[in-house]
Design a binder for this molecule. Structure first.
Ligand SMILES: [Fe+2]
Ligand SMILES: [Fe+2]
Length: 646
């Protein structure tokens, strides 16, 4: 058997504990001796009460709206003072604490301290209880059991006994509470005492009520009530826990739904080269206006969701229209105008319980009836759509796009003000203006404020940017810009351009997608042994233009000779025979042969000062652009084996 390890306790605590253990043993011995005079019914009550105490010894019930706790065990022991007298309650306390014993050295020490504290405090409380009744009611009987007794003095006796119990137990259980994981152990000591006092008061009231039940309904009903009450409480607690778990799950599922929709909406908007914050800011403005106007919760929900999904119909608009930098042609504009209808049709399938569909369908209607899709005017336009129109327009012109810079808040406000009565509902414009500063502050607080280049994508692989490290929005934006660039290239090449113009456009488009400081187009001359730098742009272009390289010589010569791309070789290889100082500035290069119908036309070479290396992604883009350009060169000029006429 293990011995008690008291090495963690100081001398005072050890002395304190030893004395209280000694007194408690004396009290228990005396009480056991006295209990020999009990009759059978007293022993039955003691037995049932002990079983109840043991079953519920681990449970504490919180006093509603407080941190106070009450244990069924305390309540029964306290009640036993009335029914079985001091000795019966002490025997009950000793038995219940004995049943609570657990293995483990720390528990054993705690158990001894606590058992002593409970025994002594029960003894003193019982003494105070019967002294109070003797003083006030002249009662000499101990125990009183179900004798009729004045309720006032009974309550007084219980109150004094409760107070005594609290004080004595608190004093004696000091050392054990240091170890004990009581429900309030995390709180500072003074709060622990406060809530223990609340628990004691509740216990007194509970004992009083319990005793009345026992007196009026009989002992068996009384003793049955306690386990039933405790069991119901436990069942309720279990149900509440399950309910809170379910609520948590539903909340989490709903959060995941919203986050999924937000992510998809942002991805769809990325096709339009819209910055990431557009949807969130539009939500802030639109919901802010709606609140300022005092709209209903249903309308607020519709605006919040509508702002998130207002442009999903752009899925049906081709990329080259979405990405077109200039003004749209009337035909392109007609195509663009289908997006509110398409968006509304997609959302109709969701069956929102609030008016999201009309909010999305009519967000491009004008107050004067000149908007689309239906040309509604004034109050015919749903209020939620009128609110969204202002929020969307303000944020769109305020934020930057690849082909338009962001405008100041003052200019954007002016645009909205100018549209009051024609584009926008004047009353909503007024509400927006009144709260504008607050909205912008909210946007800043959420850290989604406007940045000068928000809508711009960095060039592919620009500097040290790795494509795999870019966010999904950026990847989508760049994929769409690439498609648009290729579309533009193919479209322009099909029109009648001179060779010089074709080469210029080709190099310009390369510059939009691939980083470089100098770009040279070399075209083969009639001999096919030499290539001429026919077109050069960027740094040092004047010095490099019209220079000739031999097929097979240098990096570009290698690309021409082998008919395959070469990159990340020393740029000096291309210029070693020029003896020019600036050549040292270049850090990396890439060269790609221009081939159409299996005929070699020349090569395009890129040189960079800042790039450490060109990546596979750059070469893929360069190859795609070169293929389109080579076909155009060959078709238009039939320039193989002869020097092109510029
Ligand atoms: Fe729109
Ligand atoms: Fe928008």
């Amino acid at each position: 058997m293990k011995t008690l390890d008291l090495s963690e306790y100081n001398f005072r605590t050890k002395a304190y504990g030893s004395v209280s253990v000694f007194i408690a043993l004396a009290i228990v011995s005396f009480s056991v001796f006295q209990s020999f005079s009990y009759d059978v019914s007293d022993w039955i009550v003691l037995g049932v009460a002990t079983i109840i105490c043991l079953i519920f010894s681990q449970y504490n019930f919180r006093v509603p709206h407080t941190n106070g706790h009450i244990s069924p065990r305390e309540l029964v022991i306290f009640w036993a003072i009335i029914w079985l007298g001091a000795s019966g309650s002490i025997v009950l306390a000793a038995l219940s604490v004995a049943g609570n014993f657990r293995e483990g050295m720390k528990d054993r020490v705690r158990w001894i301290f606590e058992a002593s504290a409970i025994t002594i405090s029960t003894f003193v409380s019982a003494y105070v209880f019967y002294s109070t009744l003797s003083f006030g009611f002249g009662l000499t009987k101990n125990p009183i059991a179900n004798s009729s007794i004045n309720a006032f003095w009974l309550l007084c006796g219980l109150a004094f006994a409760g107070l005594t119990n609290f004080v004595v137990y608190s004093l004696l259980s000091g050392p054990s509470q240091e170890l004990e994981m009581t429900p309030n152990n995390h709180l500072p000591r003074k709060y622990r005492y406060l809530w223990t006092a609340v628990g004691s008061v509740t216990c007194v009231v509970g004992v009083f009520a319990f005793h009345l039940v026992v007196v009026y309904f009989g002992l068996s009903i009384g003793l049955l009530i306690l386990p039933v009450t405790v069991a119901s409480h436990l069942a309720f607690r279990f149900y509440r826990k399950m309910l809170s778990q379910k609520t948590k799950e539903i909340r989490e599922a709903s959060r995941i739904h919203v986050a999924t929709v937000e992510a998809l909406a942002t991805a769809i908007d990325a096709r339009d080269q819209v910055g990431r914050g557009h949807v969130s800011r539009t939500q802030i403005f639109a919901v802010g206006i709606a609140k300022a106007l005092g709209l209903s919760q249903g309308e607020l929900n519709a605006i919040n969701t509508g702002a998130l999904l207002h442009d999903i119909g752009k899925l049906a608009v081709p990329d080259h229209i979405l990405n077109k930098p200039g003004k749209l042609t009337p035909a392109e504009m007609e195509k663009m105008k289908i997006h509110p209808e398409v968006g509304a049709s997609i959302l109709e399938r969701v069956n929102f319980p609030y008016p999201v569909v009309p909010t999305v369908r009519y967000h491009h209607e004008f107050w004067d009836g000149t908007g689309y899709p239906e040309g509604l005017s004034g109050d015919q336009i749903p209020l939620t759509a009128r609110v969204l129109a202002i929020a969307d327009t303000y944020d769109t012109i305020r934020g930057a796009r690849p082909y338009s810079k962001s405008v100041t808040s003052e200019n954007a406000k002016k645009h909205i003000l100018d549209g009051a009565g024609t584009h926008f509902d004047p009353l909503i414009v007024e509400a927006f203006m009144r709260n504008h500063d607050k909205f912008e502050a909210d946007v800043q607080k959420r850290e989604i404020s406007y940045q000068a280049n928000e809508g711009e994508s960095p060039k592919l692989g620009d500097g040290s940017v790795n494509t795999s490290e870019l966010g999904y929005v950026e990847q989508i934006k760049r994929a769409n810009r690439e498609v648009f660039t290729l579309y533009e290239l193919a479209r322009v090449f099909s029109s009648s351009l001179s060779l010089e113009q074709t080469l210029s456009l080709f190099v310009k488009k390369i510059g939009e997608l691939v980083p470089m400081d100098t770009c040279i187009i070399y075209l083969l001359d009639e001999t096919e042994k030499m290539a001429v730098a026919t077109h050069a742009v960027g740094r040092n272009s004047e010095s490099l233009k019209n220079r000739k390289i031999k097929v097979g010589q240098g990096a570009t010569g290698y690309a021409l000779n082998k008919r395959k791309p070469i990159y990340n070789v020393n740029p000096g290889l291309d210029f070693s025979f020029y003896n020019m100082e600036f050549i040292k500035e270049y850090t990396s290069m890439a060269s790609l042969p221009l081939i159409a119908n299996e005929k070699l036309l020349g090569a395009v070479s890129l040189y960079s000062h800042s790039m450490e290396s060109y990546q596979d992604e750059h070469m893929r883009l360069l190859e795609t652009l070169s293929r389109i350009a080579s076909d155009a060169f060959l078709l238009r000029f039939g320039m193989l084996n002869r020097k092109p006429a510029l």
